[in-house]
Design a protein. Structure first.
Length: 213
């Protein structure tokens, strides 16, 4: 029983210490850094030998908390740079998500980036170069207008265009990947002009790098 309680106790104490009170709702909230530390504590203890289990939990907590803090800082800077650009920033369990609507990034039916959008991409590239310890996955999406093959190709071309631009601005190519999903993953109804406009987008996922196999 003690073997199980130790990492859980450490994780619990870290999580509680990372709690804050929302001044508007009175609800208790846990920072993402604290969550990362708690997860790291459990993982660190799990992979350690019996003799060093406590030490492993503390090391894991430090690593997990460090990862959470790293993403916290990156998210904050992205929100500052992308304010009023039309690009949304959100936090996910995997990392950070950027949504770039098609109406501000590409002309209809084309994959050449709108010139006025370069400034926004430049801001994102600067953040990527400052925070080098992440992988960047770029995904293209379309509405249901046109055929499946056309939409698939267009989504790939648009995500590739964004990836190539980041590379041209000095973002490491080993961190970058792209994929096109065509019309497969709508986030709104394709039955209305507004819904179709919402579905035309490029998304960017900022992720922890995957271990080499």
């Amino acid at each position: 029983m003690k073997k199980v309680l130790l990492p859980l106790a450490i994780a619990g104490s870290l999580t509680v210490s990372g709690c804050t009170i929302d001044p508007y709702t009175g609800e208790q909230k846990v920072s993402k850094t604290a969550i990362g530390a708690g997860i790291g504590a459990v993982l660190g203890a799990a992979v350690s030998s019996k003799k060093d289990r406590a030490k492993g939990a503390l090391i894991g907590a430090a690593l997990g908390g460090g990862t959470g803090y790293y993403f916290d800082r990156q998210e904050k800077l992205l929100r500052q740079k992308l304010e009023n650009t039309g690009v949304s920033v959100s936090r996910t369990p995997e990392g950070i998500h950027l949504n770039m609507p098609g109406n501000i990034s590409f002309p209809s039916g084309q994959y050449a980036i709108i010139p006025t959008f370069y400034e926004t991409l430049d801001s994102v590239a600067l953040v990527f170069k400052e925070f080098k310890k992440t992988d960047i996955r770029i995904t293209g999406h379309t509405d249901s207008s046109g055929g499946d093959a056309l939409n698939q190709t267009l989504s790939e071309q648009r995500s590739r265009s964004v990836m190539q631009y980041f590379a041209s601005q000095g973002v490491g190519t080993t961190r970058l990947s792209f994929v096109g999903y065509g019309e497969r993953y709508p986030v709104a109804s394709n039955k209305t002009p507004q819904g179709r406009a919402t579905n035309r987008r490029v998304e960017i996922e900022i992720l922890n790098p995957q271990p080499q196999r």
